[in-house]
Design a protein around this ligand. Structure first.
Ligand code: ADP
Length: 263
């Protein structure tokens, strides 16, 4: 019946959400374990330099994991995305250390951040999880090392450009892209990449939830995810997030010749 179908769809959505959270949670736990291992080695070697950094890294991952479980609880209470004006560059910079550690020594991290980036309208916690997931995917695509570029820019989409990204509204967007020099994705992988549980990784290594979670959250905040890839050359994953346009302060005088603003 109709009701059973609705129920089944609801269960599927909950399954996707909890699976996705478990996935992100695992990433953060891996970060904590990694930092503790490094700390352990340092202490055994009697070297105390950098020790503070590893402690901070473990603490910051643990705090992010806590915020993840808070979001699960918030969902149980039927709350939605916490969309706010967000400084994407600041979020990226705050994660630089974590990203570097995730990439390891054979992958060079390059940042190309637009200094006058517009604020974006998004959920900053979800955004950080998305960025970490994109970087992990890029790392997995470069087992022999390579280069990873995280870039931000301001993008205006006119009618035609917006139409090219299915139902996206024309206007201003903040673009974040993660480019790697890895193995790339053939068209049949690109076609299925956003499907929940679609993975090409060995069992135990991939859940197939990273990109589907990212897609869900970005679409929900009014944006779009784009994949560009060349097999053997590399991949660029781009998130287009709506620009936050500040409301004109009520005290501001109208310009000469302009009608008074509605209060
Ligand atoms: P998972 O990483 O757990 O497999 P995802 O949903 O994040 O799940 O990704 C789905 C698939 O998309 C991956 O298994 C991989 O085949 C492909 N993919 C994602 N990102 C990249 C990338 N940067 N380079 C090459 N392939 C990628």
């Amino acid at each position: 019946t109709q009701e059973q179908l609705r129920q089944a769809q609801k269960m599927e959505a909950v399954g996707q959400l909890t699976g996705g959270i478990a996935h992100d949670f695992n990433n953060l736990l891996a970060g904590i374990v990694g930092a503790l291992n490094l700390l352990d080695r340092r202490l055994k070697a009697g070297k105390l330099d950098n020790v503070q950094r590893y402690i901070e890294a473990a603490t910051s991952s643990a705090m992010r994991a806590a915020s993840l479980t808070h979001r699960l609880l918030a969902f149980a209470r039927r709350q939605s995305l916490d969309v706010k004006p967000t400084d994407i560059n600041a979020r990226v910079v705050s994660m630089e250390e974590l990203l570097r550690r995730t990439l390891g020594e054979n992958i060079v991290l390059r940042m190309a951040l637009e200094p006058r980036l517009w604020p974006a309208l998004t959920d900053s916690n979800q955004f950080e999880n998305a960025l970490l997931n994109l970087v992990i995917n890029a790392r997995d695509a470069m087992p022999d090392g390579g280069k990873l570029t995280v870039a931000t820019s301001n993008t205006h989409l006119d009618e035609a450009a917006a139409r090219a990204f299915d139902e996206l509204a024309p206007g201003d967007y903040v673009l974040l892209s993660v480019s790697d020099t890895g193995q790339g994705m053939p068209p049949e992988v690109i076609a299925r990449a956003f499907e929940p549980f679609f993975t090409t990784k060995p069992i135990g290594q991939g859940t197939g939830l990273g990109l589907s979670m990212i897609y869900g959250f970005v679409r929900q905040s009014g944006g779009h995810v784009r994949i560009e890839s060349q097999v053997g050359q590399g991949t660029t994953l781009s998130l287009l997030l709506p620009r936050h346009v500040a409301e004109v302060a009520a005290s501001e005088e109208p310009l000469p010749g302009e009608p008074p603003r509605a209060r």
